[in-house]
Design a protein around this ligand. Structure first.
Ligand SMILES: CC(C)(COP(=O)(O)OP(=O)(O)OC[C@H]1O[C@@H](n2cnc3c(N)ncnc32)[C@H](O)[C@@H]1OP(=O)(O)O)[C@@H](O)C(=O)NCCC(=O)NCCS
Length: 186
């Protein structure tokens, strides 16, 4: 495994490498995982030619940020990814996650998201962490709440090819440094 980006009690996060196509193909081949993202499995060529190269490019463009492969510390199994992405707002990052279905229901998403928020406010010196998802993605919203993010707003976007449930809109959650430091994060 290449350099560790972050460790939690049960997970180890690292940068992806060019050898990780198969891990992402498997993750994005499950329609349930993709249900609130594209609604369908991602073709292998798209992962190899677009998704993974974009992830690798971002490490150089935004040191400390990006999309990170997560493995169980116990046995090394790949469970999915977590991300901290830059936004248009200075000192504000967007946290996200995508886990294999076999890794759902274990608290991994909450554990990883809490740790990323802590990293954003400590090592990375940032001021605000946001997260967004479809309003109907209740599992993702529950992760946001458990990780200390708070509901900010419901908003609507135009999609040419909307996913079922898009009519209920998107939701934005956030936590700022002062709130996190005051201890409302856990
Ligand atoms: C969003 C997603 C990561 C949520 O996964 P999840 O398993 O529901 O969330 P967590 O990992 O925090 O696990 C919480 C569940 O584990 C249970 N759990 C079991 N052991 C646990 C432990 N040791 N600690 C905490 N929770 C534990 C919790 O009770 C909770 O169960 P519940 O869902 O029945 O209430 C997952 O559904 C996913 O990858 N979806 C596809 C991608 C996606 O939609 N991403 C978001 C788009 S913005």
């Amino acid at each position: 495994m290449n350099e560790v980006y972050l460790e939690t009690d049960r997970l180890r996060l690292r940068e992806f490498t060019a050898d990780d196509v198969e891990l992402l193909v498997e993750l994005e081949s499950d329609p349930e995982v993709m249900r609130f993202l594209t609604g369908q499995p991602t073709p292998r060529h798209q992962i190899a030619d677009v998704t993974l190269p974009a992830i690798l490019k971002r490490y150089a463009e935004h040191p400390g940020l990006g999309t990170f492969a997560a493995h169980q510390k116990a046995d090394g199994a790949f469970v999915g990814w977590f991300g901290l992405q830059p936004t248009d707002v200075p000192d504000t990052v967007d946290v996200g996650y995508r886990l294999n279905r076999t890794a759902w229901g274990k608290g991994y998403a909450t554990e990883g998201t809490r740790a990323l928020i802590a990293k954003a406010f400590t090592d990375l010196g940032l001021q605000r962490v946001v997260a967004d998802t479809m309003a109907v993605n209740h599992r993702s919203r529950a992760v946001m709440r458990r990780a200390g993010l708070r509901f900010v707003k419901l908003y609507h976007e135009h999609f040419d090819d909307p996913l079922p449930g898009s009519e209920f809109g998107e939701v934005l959650y956030a936590i700022d440094r002062a709130t996190w430091e005051a201890g409302c994060h856990g």
